[in-house]
Design a protein around this ligand. Structure first.
Ligand code: PLP
Length: 369
């Protein structure tokens, strides 16, 4: 593992306590479709986890479909409805934006917040069934959308509302009932739970159809043998979610400190989304006139892990669609890197990071004088 790991929005270190309990479960073969004792045990584990996750987001009367990833859950939400026109925010994750080529894109403002007037305009123009998909919190900037307002508007036009809460789950409190959404994607691995599992929570009234067909294991909406050990780990995360959210609340202080120190060093840095509500752990910041590849490489050589935005587009030269949608100039977007913290990170690490940021900032040609 990197000496300093500041890429927790890509994936977080698995909590030691969850890992230990998952390990213990790996001693047994567990298939929830089997009729024998082990199968019954697997089913009990799965149902207990389902109940805990639903309770953790106040969605007790809803269905929850376990999937392998957040990506799959988003695909189920968007592809599981037939004859619906999709409306998606411009800054959505590719696992939403790439599902429907003809999705109508809802603009965002310079803070990354959805343009609600544009949403209304788009919905007014469409006559048939509509599905509005707007993420809870952005993976690059951490910007949190006002999902309740989005849901209220969308419902006025009879639309179904989906929110991708992959980045929000475990970092901030989510209340499915209060938000008024119809479907919510959650995942465990962005806040200390295991990889290999995601979930789509939906109101029972949503006319969803399976996109992966076969044995019908998950409520006839998702076939394939379930990853019982990861589902168990997801349930553990859900059980302790309040504590996890408290820990992330503390992380906000560290993030604010880090940002403040970075801005003392490089006053010409831009921090995206800093005027609006953001996830407690995320900062998306520029080093003026330095390419993000150069910044990433510099920090990688120092064994400090950060990212150029979403994990999926790191390592490519494509500019962030999130920053472009927010109206950032190409040369500004070109120099932006994402730093995403977790409860295990320390002030000492933040200081080391800032020391290296300073060193790089000062030696880049434009500022040497
Ligand atoms: N949605 C958001 C906002 C994400 O950040 C990610 C992953 O980075 C996903 C969906 C996809 O989740 P997964 O990588 O678990 O498929």
């Amino acid at each position: 593992m990197a000496k300093i790991y500041f890429d927790n929005n890509a994936t977080c270190l698995l909590d030691a306590n969850i890992k230990q309990q998952m390990f213990a479960l790996m001693d047994e073969p567990l298939n929830a479709s089997s009729t024998h004792k082990n199968g019954r045990k697997a089913r009990l584990i799965k149902e207990a986890a389902r109940a805990k996750i639903l309770a953790s987001v106040n969605a007790k009367n809803c269905n929850l479909v376990f999937t392998a990833t957040g990506t799959e859950a988003n695909n189920l939400a968007l592809n599981g409805l037939t004859d619906y026109q999709v409306f998606a925010g411009a800054t959505e994750h590719p696992s939403v934006l790439k599902v429907w080529e003809d999705a109508k894109i809802i603009n965002v403002d310079s803070n990354g917040l959805l343009n609600l007037e544009h949403l209304k305009e788009l919905l007014q123009q469409h006559k048939g069934n509509c599905l509005v998909s707007v993420m809870y919190a952005n993976n690059e900037t951490g910007v949190i959308q006002n999902i309740k307002q989005v849901a209220d508007i969308a419902h006025e036009y009879g639309a179904i509302v989906h929110s991708d809460a992959v980045q929000a789950y475990g970092k901030i409190a989510i209340d499915f009932a209060a938000l008024g959404v119809d479907m919510l994607t959650v995942s465990a691995h962005k806040s200390g739970g295991p990889q290999g599992v995601g979930a789509l929570i939906h109101k029972k009234s949503v006319p969803l159809k399976a996109i992966i067909r076969g044995g019908g294991q998950e409520l006839n909406l998702r076939s394939g043998t379930e990853n019982i050990v990861s589902i168990f780990g997801f349930g553990l995360l859900a059980e302790y979610l309040d504590k996890k959210i408290d820990a992330f609340r503390e992380v906000a202080k560290l993030r604010d400190y880090l940002e403040q120190e970075i801005l003392k060093v490089s006053r010409d840095s831009v921090v995206f989304g800093s005027n609006v509500q953001r996830l407690p752990n995320t900062t998306y910041v520029t080093m003026k006139d330095v390419s993000r590849e150069a910044i990433l490489m510099n920090f990688d050589l120092l064994d400090i892990a950060i990212s150029a935005g979403s994990a999926c587009s790191s390592g490519t030269t494509k500019l962030s669609h999130v920053l472009i949608a927010m109206g950032a100039a190409n040369n500004v977007a070109e120099s932006a890197v994402r730093i995403s913290l977790a409860p295990g990170n320390s002030y000492d690490e933040a200081d080391q990071f800032v020391k290296e940021w300073r060193s790089m900032y000062l030696r880049t040609s434009n500022k040497a004088a």
